[in-house]
Design a protein around this ligand. Structure first.
Ligand code: HAM
Length: 417
């Protein structure tokens, strides 16, 4: 019997995982500079959290969730996105008590039952940030600028920012009417899902995977913004301009999740066919209240790690150079092989990247292994030398060789910083 990974998942093997680590290190570094602290929430939550938070008429909730009943007969769901869980934790742990803005970030797997293709997986990973507690447009602009900067720090070229406002609830009521008027004549020809969304949530129709292309001349939500929403949007744009962040307005951008208010945005890049959205986010002023917390505003984004890494590869962004091994200890003789065990322990304790042979191989095979691992030095230890307390170190690139006291090996091979 042989086993295969589940459809839509990936094994991240050595050689590839280093790229993920670089992505994560860049994300953590930038979060540090922007004042975001890490939060780790469970990979599964009560199903109702997503139904209420993300919205029952969204594709994510109505079609894509991994939902199961646990042994206690509770309905649980593998998180399809990070915001709902972060907001749940923010409420449950009363983080809103902080007089400052609460800035949180997360990196981890999300689960959506989607049709897998290049850039679309069932288990995928997001790096996301959420800023809770401020309704000021300056933080909307800062969050967008953070995302833009992040792609640049990774070395990605040509990332575009698409921006829209979905307004406050009053603006959306006004827009709902004009959108329904526009859609009514074509209602019979829309897909079944869209027909059922017409009354429940007509804005979702603009986001339909099959019909979206037909709505090019749909009314713009920007024409329905009330004074407060229009003023908020104008200020976000001003701040972006002041920071020199390029963006284009896309008034059809409604995002696939129901919690958005005011600012909505996506990051796009060419490279993996039809799938060009490498991140997205927006403001969610009603969400904290909706899931039982106080009336606190929030804004954030999530970036799809797989998609970013695919595009980095296509753009030929240089791989992180693997650090070479400092020393490979070649032991000859029984006594030397025994001694190599505590020697390696000590070297690693000193911060040296050290390896040895674990297969009782002859000296030549051990040296080959040192070459394969790109060791800078081989340290050759025979029983006689061991009795003298010495070891031979050979620089594997220039061939230079020296005999040194064993207890100086760590300092000798350690890279000078
Ligand atoms: P989202 O647009 O659903 O937003 O997902 C964010 C990003 O995750 C997408 O732009 C895409 O890059 C990636 N992504 C989504 N689904 C998949 C998939 N099946 N395979 C690979 N990548 C995928 C959210 O999840 C919101 N929680 C973002 C947010 C945070 N809004 C406010 N705060």
């Amino acid at each position: 019997m042989s086993f295969q990974k589940p459809k839509g998942t990936q094994d991240l093997l050595p050689g590839v995982v280093e790229k993920w680590q670089r992505f994560e290190a860049t994300a953590r570094g930038l979060c540090d500079r922007y004042g975001y602290k890490e939060i780790r929430t469970p990979l599964f939550e009560q199903t109702e959290l997503f139904q209420r938070g993300v919205g029952e008429t969204t594709d994510v909730v109505s079609k894509e969730m991994y939902t199961f009943e646990d042994k206690g007969k509770r309905s649980m769901t593998l998180r399809p996105e990070g915001t709902a869980g972060v907001v749940r934790a923010y409420v449950e742990n009363k983080l809103y008590g902080d007089p400052d803005v609460t800035k949180l970030y997360y990196i981890g797997p999300m689960f959506r039952y989607e049709q897998p293709q290049a850039g679309r997986y069932r288990q995928f990973h997001q790096f996301g940030i959420e800023a809770l507690g401020s309704a000021e447009p300056s933080i909307d602009a800062e969050v967008i600028a953070f995302g833009y900067r992040f792609y640049r720090e990774l070395g990605l070229q040509g990332v575009r920012v698409e921006l829209n406002s979905v307004g406050n609830p009053d603006s959306r009521v006004a827009y709902r009417g004009s959108l329904q008027n526009y859609l009514r004549p074509m209602l019979d020809t829309l897909c079944k899902d869209c027909q059922s969304r017409f009354e429940k949530n007509p804005m979702r129709i603009l986001d339909c995977k099959t019909d979206a292309h037909r709505f090019d001349d749909a009314p713009s939500i920007l024409d329905s913004l009330d004074e407060e929403s229009a003023a908020h949007f104008a200020e976000v744009k001003q701040h972006l301009e002041a920071m020199g962040i390029p963006y284009s307005i896309n008034s059809k951008l409604v995002r696939g999740l129901d919690y958005y208010t005011h600012t909505a945005f996506e990051f796009k890049a060419d490279g993996i066919g039809a799938i060009d959205t490498i991140g997205g986010g927006g403001r969610f002023n009603g969400l904290v209240g909706q899931i039982g917390g106080p009336d606190q505003p929030g804004i954030g984004f999530a970036i799809g790690m797989e998609r970013v890494l695919l595009i980095m590869e296509q753009q030929g962004v240089a791989d992180p150079a693997a650090l070479p091994l400092d020393v490979y200890v070649v032991a000859m003789g029984e006594q030397a092989a025994k001694y190599a065990v505590p020697l390696l322990y000590k070297l690693r304790e000193q911060g040296v990247r050290a390896e040895k042979d674990y297969l009782s191989r002859k000296m030549k095979a051990q040296l080959k292994s040192a070459d394969r691992l790109k060791a800078r030095y081989a340290a050759i230890l025979g029983d006689d030398e061991l009795n003298r307390g010495e070891i031979t170190v050979k620089h594997l690139e220039n061939g230079e060789q020296a005999s040194i006291p064993i207890d100086q090996l760590g300092d000798y091979v350690k890279p000078q910083s």
